[in-house]
Write a protein that binds this ligand. Structure first.
Ligand code: C2E
Ligand code: CA
Length: 570
């Protein structure tokens, strides 16, 4: 609340209100009523109104706007104002005798109405006051430099403070670091948001206590990620120990809360601040599957990886043209019956590079997601898979549905539905045969739009599998509203469950969620018979993994179809 007081004293003077009305009598009536409390300026028509709004945009607190006016109507003014971000946030109260236009005005950004003939002065003043206050509060919240939960700087302020710090300490070697909490969303889900918030606050406090006395700056980036900018020479393991020892005292859970730290040491000061933290993140990402607290340093190998990435991007177009990409297929088996039976396949892309050999999609998919190349590549995979489904159907007389991966980026393509439908039509297959895997993390960002897209796709008959379930940040509440047909539990949960000590607790939570949603579960990355049997016992429906087969070229996959066909024929 400190910032609010600061803001008010900073303003310190009377607020400016623009009255727009073509009738002198109305302008005078309103002006006289308000002149004791506000600085009043006037405009006689819409054109003049816009001109005044621009002229006074940095000090204008409110516009009182008539609708029926010559030259430019109030509606036109609202439209133009809404389109220009420079003036869009100045609040407008519409003065009108016409209730019909109220909805239109609201849609165009008006915040309130004062009916004509004007009500009592005290009522008008109260509405005007409240509008101005609400708008100022919102502006303060938007620009506040602190994250309300942890009290740390928010990202924008953090970057500008880091830059300021550099200006005063040109020759001081600095480190950029990123810290985050392993499986934080699961902690949230299992122990509740209040506990999750407490963990975030504890981590924030400990980081600040450690870093600030050493001339460092900390911020909360998003969710469970923290950024730290500090003079080079700190003991990274000591930071982690300090943070986690603070957590141990408060932790009611059996398992340790683990923190990982990515460090880009001795930063290149010619590089923009954001990129320095990209490097810290690249280092932290190498720890994705680490089971203990850990530190990773951005080093030459990561630098080489940056160079490698640039090369892959440069070569992509030619590689696609020359047929260096090939779709592999991995079987998924239904294990609900006595004997496992082939249910479908997943299409997984491979790059057969002339000098590097087979490149795993893990090295290029995330990269292509950052620069739009993924559209072209996924399109190629979807078409290949659809063609393959049709061909197998013709040759074997049975349908083997194939799931394709739909990247988070594809989900924002307004043509997605049309593209997928025409692929299905062109290959004379049904939408039920081309299954769509959409990663859970797609749902968490801009979820309303994604949910709409998924709904439309399902209306067209596509079946949607939620991929990598457990690795996103969905809350149980949100998941229960999601339109999906299948949950695919991420491999890391299978790994965790069968790692040392064999704790299937987390896996059982996933299965309970699926049960609650009444959708079947696919387990990915199942490698042994023991895992398969345990999963079967726990109620898992479908299994995909090396236990049955690695992803293989289409031709090799045909043996699984033949087997199924002979079982069906038998
Ligand atoms: P994903 O969708 O989670 O795919 C499953 C990954 O797990 C595949 O890796 C698969 O080969 C691997 N896998 C399956 N069973 C086992 C197992 O038993 N043990 C182990 N260790 N691994 C197993 P892959 O093919 O390297 O693909 C990696 C990721 O790349 C995929 O993860 C997916 O997110 C992405 N990807 C692959 N192909 C495409 C594509 O055509 N389009 C898009 N957008 N993404 C793709
Ligand atoms: Ca997948």
């Amino acid at each position: 609340m400190d910032s609010k007081t600061e803001q008010y004293t900073a303003l310190g003077k009377r607020r400016k209100v623009l009255i727009v009305d073509d009738e002198l009598i109305n302008r005078e009536l309103l002006g006289n009523a308000l002149t004791d409390d506000y600085d009043i300026i006037y405009a006689n028509d819409g054109e003049e109104a816009l001109q005044k709004i621009y002229e006074y945009r940095s000090t204008l607190s409110l516009v009182l706007l008539d609708i029926l006016m010559p030259k430019l109507s109030g509606i036109e003014v609202l439209k133009k104002k809404k389109e220009d971000p420079v003036i869009a946030s100045i609040p407008v109260i519409v003065l009108t005798a016409d209730q019909q236009s109220e909805v239109e005005c609201l849609n165009l950004g008006a915040v309130d109405f004062i009916p004509k003939p004007y009500p009592q002065i005290t009522i008008m003043k109260a509405r005007i006051n409240r509008t101005i206050e609400l708008n100022e509060d919102r502006a303060i919240i938007n620009t506040t430099e602190r994250d309300p939960l942890t009290g740390l700087y928010n990202k924008n302020f953090f970057y500008s403070y880091c830059n300021q710090f550099d200006q005063y300490n040109i020759n001081l070697p600095m480190d950029a670091m990123l810290a985050d909490i392993h499986h934080f969303h699961v902690i949230n889900e299992r122990y509740g948001i209040a506990f999750g918030d407490k963990v975030l606050r504890l981590v924030a406090d400990r980081l600040r206590d450690y870093v600030t006395p050493r001339n460092g700056i900390v911020c909360r980036n998003e969710s469970d990620t923290f950024l730290i900018y500090c003079p080079h020479g700190m003991d990274y393991n000591e930071i982690l120990d300090y943070v986690t020892s603070g957590l141990e005292e408060e932790n009611p859970t059996n398992s340790q809360i683990r923190i990982r730290l990515g460090v880009y040491p001795n930063v290149d000061k010619l590089m923009v601040m954001e990129r320095r933290f990209d490097r810290a993140k690249a280092a932290a990402d190498t720890l994705r599957n680490s089971l203990s607290n850990a530190v990773a340093i951005y080093d030459d190998s990561l630098y080489q990886k940056d160079l490698f990435n640039e090369q892959l991007i440069a070569e992509f177009g030619k590689a696609l043209e020359e047929g260096q990409f090939e779709v592999y297929y991995q079987p998924k088996y239904d294990i609900t019956k006595e004997e496992p039976i082939l249910s479908s396949a997943e299409a997984l892309i491979r790059w057969k590079h002339p000098s590097y050999g087979l490149i795993s999609p893990a090295s290029f998919i995330p990269l292509f997601e950052t620069n739009g190349l993924i559209y072209e590549l996924d399109n190629f995979v979807w078409k290949s898979a659809a063609r393959q489904i049709a061909e197998w159907k013709k040759r074997f007389g049975i349908s083997v549905p194939v799931s394709v991966n739909v990247s988070r980026v594809d989900m924002h393509d307004p043509n997605l539905e049309r593209v997928l439908c025409s692929i299905v039509e062109d290959n004379h297959i049904s939408t039920k045969e081309l299954l769509l895997e959409i990663t859970e993390s797609a749902y968490t960002r801009n979820s309303a739009q994604i949910i709409d897209t998924v709904k439309t796709l399902r209306e067209k008959g596509f079946k949607v599998e939620m991929d990598d379930f457990g690795t996103g940040y969905s809350s149980l509440n949100m998941i229960s509203k999601l339109p999906i047909d299948v949950l695919k539990v991420a491999k890391e949960f299978i790994d965790d469950a069968f790692e040392s000590g064999r704790d299937t607790g987390m896996l059982e939570i996933m299965l309970d969620i699926a049960d609650y949603l009444k959708v079947p579960v696919i387990a990915e990355g199942v490698e042994t018979r023991e895992q398969m049997l345990t999963l079967k016992e726990l109620g898992c429906d479908v299994i995909q993994g090396y236990y049955f087969s690695k992803p293989v070229p289409a031709l090799e996959f045909e043996k699984f179809i033949s087997e199924k066909k002979s079982e069906l024929d038998a």
